[in-house]
Ligand binder design. Sequence first.
Ligand SMILES: [Zn+2]
Length: 355
Amino acid sequence: MRILKLFFLIFFLLSFKNDAQSLKNEFVVVVDAGHGGKDPGNRGNGYFEKNIALKIALNVGEILSKNKVKVVYTRKKDVFVDLFRRAQIANDANADLFISIHCDAHNSNAYGAGTFVLGLHANERNFKIAQKENSVIYMEENYEQKYDGFDPNNPESVISLVLMQEEYLEQSILAANYIQEFFVKDLNRRDRKVKQAGFLVLRNTYMPSVLIEAGFLTNKTEGKYLNSAKGQKEISSSISKAILKYLRSLDNNRVELKIDTKPTPEKIKYLFKVQISASSKSLELKPYNFKGLSSISKTKNNNGLYKYYYGYTNSYNQAKILLKTAINAGFKSSFVTVFKDGKPYSLKKYLAEFE
Ligand SMILES: [Zn+2]
């Protein structure tokens, strides 16, 4: 009898281990709990979206960590975090996937779970969902500058968002499909499908990114489920399974999906960096010396002047996104620089040749 028990125990452990080992590469997933602090999110049936999103996010993170995925959170507590900062955290982590977790609200009895990728909304309802999630920027300081005059209430304004994520659209849709698949298969949730809409939090990430509306707090039954430990556990488990399935699909033939945010500099003919400052002082390349930015490098010229750079990439478009991040971090006079075969080169010349 005891041997049989032992046998089962071993079998049980092996079946878990097998799951964990199936990822050969190290992957980084950024788990973003929507809202927080002064922004409660929606208050359907008196619940707090921010609290439910956080619980689900922490559960998802815990499960992924146990499966050898590196997890980075945009918040682990009840604090307010700018939408822009959330994307920046994901970019600095050089993540493979960004998932933002929310709950929906509606003045009908609507229910069910849906997953969004960045894109043009196909209908008014999708626009309204994005509008609601985007309107948090009114609580942020300097939001006009930070988001280039983006207006959550103007459908036209959303169009400018879309281009930035285009590169990752296919992968984002794949991840979103898996999430919906597990919601339906595992939990028998009403399938609100994968949809596109203009979510600001997804705009500035340069990796596949999805936003989950886990269900409706305004629906009596579903609200109660979402607010329960059981509901949160089940939802987290389904999301995690979907993410692991997505990562496994990348794992076998891991092409560089990250478009060389960390290329090997020697091998690259043209390398872009964002120059954030110049100084006669030699600073240690730590985030606290650079307003929280990581991925800093420096050069020293003959006059003893140090130039400090943020990030590196072989794509000019990526460099422009890095530039935005640097400016938003407070390096207002940053600009993009290019190196050819490791030596400083004229950006003007580069653009004349290639753009
Ligand atoms: Zn939300």
